[in-house]
Structures are given as structure tokens and as C-alpha cells.
Ligand binder design. Structure first.
Ligand SMILES: [Zn+2]
Length: 519
């Protein structure tokens, strides 16, 4: 069945123009495979001819089988004053051997006369010639009408003439682009409706997020009749980014009740979003709507209490529908329900009337009073619960440690020794590091590695320091939050002390202990 709205992904082209985003050919192929499996309809791989990397991507993509998506190559209308057959751009785009070609052309008269310095009629001829040429070579042609909305606002008749030129030449879809990202949803809806009423060709919508309404603008275009939406995963793109498909896809399905990707893909949305960030080496945004870590996190005691009774009382959809999950945050706002739900999430069975619940709640409040915080330190919290419940003995003790540092000219030397006791046995190790905490971490791992080789795969992913009660100067308390991973899951642990090294050691010890607890 044909979807009501087609998803056109341009993560690999428009998305890769975002600051800090850089994909190798192998990265692009992996992302394309993932998008294809997810069920997007078009994957724009790049601009052949703009760089050799993109051409290599297309050469490799041509040899693969794509289950759902059509691969599209991007280019622009032929050059001014050049015959189409002798335009280098056309030779390059044909070399990409894609079934679909997307051509960008000028809508805004200002750009035609001032930037391109072409006659208005020549621009119309450039649009028509390019599309006809590619159609004659058997391509499906999508026409990206650059600055559609700004152009229409300035010179509506000329904007319409450019779209009509594309229609007449046989474009499959005319995509209205808010290239500068400066329009409002109401303008997008109004101008898309005009295009819809004046053209018979399908309309697409391509928006940017400069005003923070990239997704809203895409929805406005769809509401007004667009049946293709262009965007990127996680909203990568130039300046503040493109319309975020990770929001558009569930919005189409859950809120607008329009078909796009297969329904079975929706629970894989979070995974897709995280995968692309991982490849791009970008930290996943915890506050990203739908898929972020905090998207279904509840903190206020009243909310948590209500959620426990009726989930939809404080959740707009079931988190599992997009592959996300509910999280209950622990803080001094926590009521007893938070503790119970958090404990269940961590795999403990607690009943409201158990005396341990009271003990755990009291202990958390006491430690929070000392500066600990458990919101992002579920590892430390799990240890606290487990110790109260099972009167569990820690797997190891740090009996003694020593950290030293000195500077010799430009060289810093940090060294740590650690003595660890496991059962009746002791291990005494020494390590050097870039800094004191790094040296301590190295020595601790070395010592524990003798007893627990499984800890070797644990790595630290983040280390944050917060100074509490700053008014006491250097004697202030320090809270250290450490994030660790075993490659599959991540957890946080916390330590608090007047001494930053001691606080770090507490968090490090908790991290290792938690890894042993949940193995
Ligand atoms: Zn764009």
C-alpha cells in the first residue's frame, strides 16, 4: 500500500553539512542500510561531483540491494549559459547511477538576478532543461524548489512560474523548501495550499529549524497537502539543523494518523536515533522529544504517584511505542512511590508495607542532605537498595590508597597506589595517569582485575564535578558523578567529599561494585 506521506531522508547530504558532522563512506553505507531497514522511502546519499567520497558512496550503493528505499543523488540545475549536454554536473549525476535524482533550483527572483545574475527566463529554462534531460535518461526527478516561501512572499507570480516549469518538464514531486528556516507554520500552510491548488504534481516539504519550528513547519506543509517530507535523523543540518525526522515520523503516525514508515518500525525509533548519533560520534540528546533519555522521566512525587495508577495521566503516549521507557527520578522530591518504581526498574521487588522501604527512603534523604544525588546515579542507588535489602557485603574493600603528583618542567607526573581486599586476599597495585583521578582509576582496575577479569570491559564515559556549598572556598564539598559503560548499557555513580580524590574514588568503587552486582 502506498503511504500517505513519503519520508525522504537527507541525513547523508543536508545533515552532513551540520557543524561537527562528518561521515566516511563506510559510515554512510551503514546509516543507509539502517534507514532502509527502518523503511524510509528515499535516502539522499550526497552530491556526486562535490567530493570523491560521495561518488564512491554511490558506486558502492549501486551494487547493493535496497529493500525499501530508493537511493537519490543530489545536484543543481544546469549552469547559466551552458548547454545541458555539455554540463559537467549532468555527467557526474548520471555517473552516480541512482534511480532518483533530486535537483535544486531557484525560486526567489532576488537570487536569480542578484546571486546567479541570470535573466528570469533563463532560470526557467535551466529548470526545464535539467529535468527533461534527466527524465530522458530514465530518472525519477524530484525538484527541490529553494527558497520557495521567501521567493513566493517577494514575487508570487515568478515563484509559481518556476514550479510550473518543473511540472511541465515532468518532475515527480515539487518540494517547497524553507531554505533559510525563517518562516512560520501559518505561512508554510498558506503558501503550500496555493502550490497545491495551482499544480497537479505532488508537493513535498523541506524545512529548517532556525526558528525552532522546523518540525511544526513540516507538519503545516503536510496539513496543507504535501505528501513527501524531507528531513534528517536527529535534526542534523546546517546552522541549527533540518526538520527532525525522529519527531516527524511518530507525529505522523500517532497524532496525524497518516501512514508513512511501516508500523512495525516505530518501536525501533529510539534505536535508530541512537545509532545515527553513535556513528556521527555525537552524544545523544537526553531531552530529545520522543526518544531522549528524559522524554518519559518523572520526578515530582505527585506525578509519579499518578503515573503508577494510570500511565496516561502524565504521558502523551506509551513510551514503548517508540522504543523508549519510563524512568522515575529519585530526588528529595521523591515520595515512596518513586522509590518503589525505581527499585522495580532496577530489578528489586519491594512492597509498600515492607520496613526496608522506610529505611531506604530515610537513608536516601540523609545522604541527599550530605550532598549526594541519585537522579543520574542509578548504580549507586541500586547498591544502596541492595545493601539494605539483602544486607549484602561489598565484593571488595579499598583498604588504602595513595595519590601523588609532581611537575618537572613542562611534564606532569601523577601516580597512584591502591590496596584492595577481596575475601582474605590483598592486591597492591600502582599506576600512572594523565591526572590523579585517571591514575587512581588505573590502579584500582589493575588491582580488581586480578580477582574480577570481567571488569576489564568497563570504561568511563563521563566524569562531572560539582562544587557544593561554594561559600567555604577550597574546603567546600565536591560531588563527583561518573558514567560508565560495559558497551551495552550505561550507568551513573556518585561520590561526595571535601576531598575531590576521595569523592572520585567513592564513585569509581560504586561503578565497579555495580558492574559486579548486575553481571
Ligand atoms: Zn536544506
Amino acid at each position: 500500500m502506498k503511504p500517505q506521506v513519503e519520508i525522504y531522508d537527507t541525513t547523508l547530504r543536508d545533515g552532513s553539512q551540520g557543524e561537527g558532522i562528518n561521515f566516511s563512506v563506510a559510515d554512510k553505507l551503514r546509516i543507509a542500510e539502517k534507514l532502509d531497514a527502518f523503511g524510509v522511502h528515499y535516502i539522499e546519499g550526497g552530491w556526486p561531483g562535490s567530493n570523491p567520497k560521495d561518488l564512491e558512496f554511490f558506486q558502492q550503493a549501486a551494487r547493493r540491494k535496497w529493500k525499501n528505499a530508493k537511493i537519490a543523488a543530489f545536484s543543481m540545475t544546469r549552469r547559466k549559459g551552458v548547454a545541458i549536454e555539455s554540463d559537467e554536473l549532468m555527467r557526474q549525476i548520471l555517473e552516480a547511477e541512482t534511480p532518483v535524482v533530486t535537483i535544486v533550483g531557484k525560486t526567489w527572483l532576488l537570487h536569480v538576478t542578484e546571486v546567479l545574475r541570470a535573466k528570469p527566463d533563463e532560470n526557467l529554462a535551466m529548470i526545464g532543461d535539467t529535468i527533461r534531460f534527466l527524465k530522458n535518461h530514465g530518472k525519477t526527478v524530484i525538484y527541490d524548489a529553494e527558497h520557495s516561501f521567501d521567493g513566493y512572499k517577494d514575487e508570487p507570480e515568478y515563484a509559481l512560474a518556476t514550479w510550473q516549469a518543473a511540472e511541465k518538464a515532468g518532475a515527480e514531486c515539487i518540494v517547497l523548501c524553507d531554505t533559510n528556516g525563517g518562516c512560520l507554520p501559518e505561512e508554510i500552510a498558506r503558501i503550500t495550499a496555493v502550490a497545491k491548488s495551482r499544480l497537479t504534481t505532488r508537493i513535498g516539504i523541506h524545512t529548517h529549524n532556525d526558528c525552532g519550528v522546523g518540525v511544526a513547519n513540516a507538519l503545516a506543509g503536510i496539513e496543507a497537502g504535501a505528501t513527501q517530507v524531507q528531513g534528517t535523523i536527529n535534526g542534523y543540518g546546517e546552522r541549527t539543523g533540518n526538520c527532525n525526522l525522529v519527531s516527524v515520523i511518530p507525529l505522523l503516525h500517532f497524532k496525524m494518523k497518516k501512514s508513512s514508515v511501516p508500523e512495525t518500525s516505530l518501536p525501533k525509533l529510539k534505536e535508530l536515533s541512537e545509532f545515527v548519533d553513535e556513528i556521527a560520534n555525537v552524544r545523544h540528546d537526553p531531552r530529545q522529544p520522543w526518544v531522549g533519555q528524559t522524554a518519559f522521566a518523572h520526578k515530582g512525587g505527585m506525578h509519579v504517584h499518578a503515573i503508577d495508577r494510570v500511565a496516561r495521566s502524565y504521558e502523551h503516549i506509551d513510551p514503548a511505542a517508540v522504543g523508549n521507557f519510563r524512568r522515575v527520578l529519585i530526588s528529595d522530591m521523591s515520595g515512596r512511590t518513586n522509590i518503589l518504581m525505581k527499585a522495580a526498574e532496577l530489578g528489586f521487588t519491594l512492597k509498600p508495607d515492607m520496613p526496608e522501604v522506610k529505611a531506604i527512603t530515610a537513608r536516601i534523604k540523609e545522604l541527599e542532605g550530605q550532598g549526594y544525588e541519585y537522579e543520574a546515579a542509578e548504580g549507586s542507588l541500586a547498591l544502596l537498595i541492595s545493601q539494605t535489602l539483602k544486607h549484602r557485603e561489598p565484593s571488595f574493600h579499598v583498604d588504602a590508597y595513595h595519590v601523588s603528583m609532581r611537575r618537572d618542567g613542562a611534564e606532569h607526573i601523577c601516580e597512584a597506589t591502591v590496596k584492595v581486599l577481596v575475601g582474605g586476599k590483598a592486591a597492591h597495585t600502582v599506576a600512572e595517569g594523565d591526572g590523579p583521578v585517571n591514575a587512581l582509576d588505573g590502579a584500582l582496575r589493575l588491582a580488581l582485575g586480578k580477582f574480577f577479569p570481567q571488569l576489564q570491559k568497563i570504561t568511563l564515559t563521563d566524569y562531572k564535578v560539582r562544587i557544593l556549598n561554594g561559600d567555604t572556598g577550597t574546603a567546600a564539598k565536591t560531588r563527583v558523578l561518573i558514567e560508565s559503560t560495559d558497551g551495552k548499557r550505561e550507568w551513573g555513580t556518585v561520590g561526595v567529599s571535601e576531598n575531590i580524590i576521595e569523592a572520585s574514588l567513592q564513585a569509581l568503587v560504586d561503578s565497579m561494585e555495580y558492574a559486579l552486582l548486575r553481571k
